[in-house]
Design a binder for this molecule. Structure first.
Ligand code: SAH
Length: 220
């Protein structure tokens, strides 16, 4: 048998070079070295089903079942860079999906808490992350709009599904000095990737960063 994993490794390095570090189009390059290294390490092909694995390193979102998608690699890297993570951070992710974004974050921070509303996706991602031996990720099934009060507060929060407003429970669960990155917008219209910051005094600011298209945040 030929070594398919070596071929996937080659494709992944190429993905980081051509799509993320130096995109061939007008997208702003992602320059954070830690983020680029995490993107080189995490085996994206292991997070999708076998039929889709050959497409894992192309410049596209991919289906992950249950009507959901994994963002294109560039967007994952861009949002992760915007989050400005550090090794001592505890991070909350809303929208686990297949667990890929959680794995990228787990390469960069102390612990990732991730919530998924679709129960089977929560289970599948948990088993994928266990197979890949990630020990600093906790997965829970539930409504991420409400955050994860038992583990709060968080240094960083990221949403990979779009609410139509910034969820107040998540703002409340952000530490002073914290950053939250999320798409915000009405269903079926353009969303704005938004950066929310909370300063040391607790003042909250928000800033639109770029137009994006995510699946909507759903509620139970
Ligand atoms: N970060 C994911 C991308 C998943 S797509 C990955 O790397 O694969 C967004 C996910 O958000 C979907 O799986 C969807 O089911 C989930 N979702 C939508 N509303 C949610 C909510 N209220 N709480 C938690 N997850 C939610």
């Amino acid at each position: 048998m030929t070594d398919v994993s070596a071929e996937f490794d080659r494709q992944r390095l190429q993905m980081v070079a051509d799509q993320i570090a130096e995109p061939l189009d007008s997208r702003p390059p992602v320059r954070d070295k830690r983020v680029l290294q995490a993107m080189r390490i995490v085996p994206r092909h292991r997070f999708v089903d076998e039929q889709t694995a050959d497409l894992a390193y192309i410049d596209r979102p991919l289906p992950i079942g249950h009507g959901q998608t994994i963002s294109q690699p560039y967007i994952v890297a861009f949002m992760t860079e915007l989050l400005e993570t550090a090794p001592e951070h505890d991070v909350l992710e809303v929208g686990t999906g297949c667990g890929y974004q959680a794995a990228v974050l787990a390469e960069l921070v102390r612990h990732v808490y991730t919530i998924e509303i679709v129960q089977p996706l929560a289970q599948e991602s948990k088993s994928t992350l266990e197979k890949l031996e990630y020990e600093n990720i906790s997965v829970r099934a539930g409504d991420g709009y409400l955050g994860w009060p038992d583990a709060a507060p968080f240094d960083r929060i990221i949403l990979t599904a779009a609410p139509d407003h910034i969820p107040q429970p998540l703002v409340d669960q952000l530490k002073p000095g914290g950053r939250m990155v999320l798409p915000v917008g009405e269903i079926w219209s353009t969303q704005q990737l938004t950066l929310v910051t909370k300063d040391e005094a607790g003042n909250v600011n928000q800033q639109a960063v770029m137009a994006v298209g995510f699946v909507p945040l759903t509620r139970r």
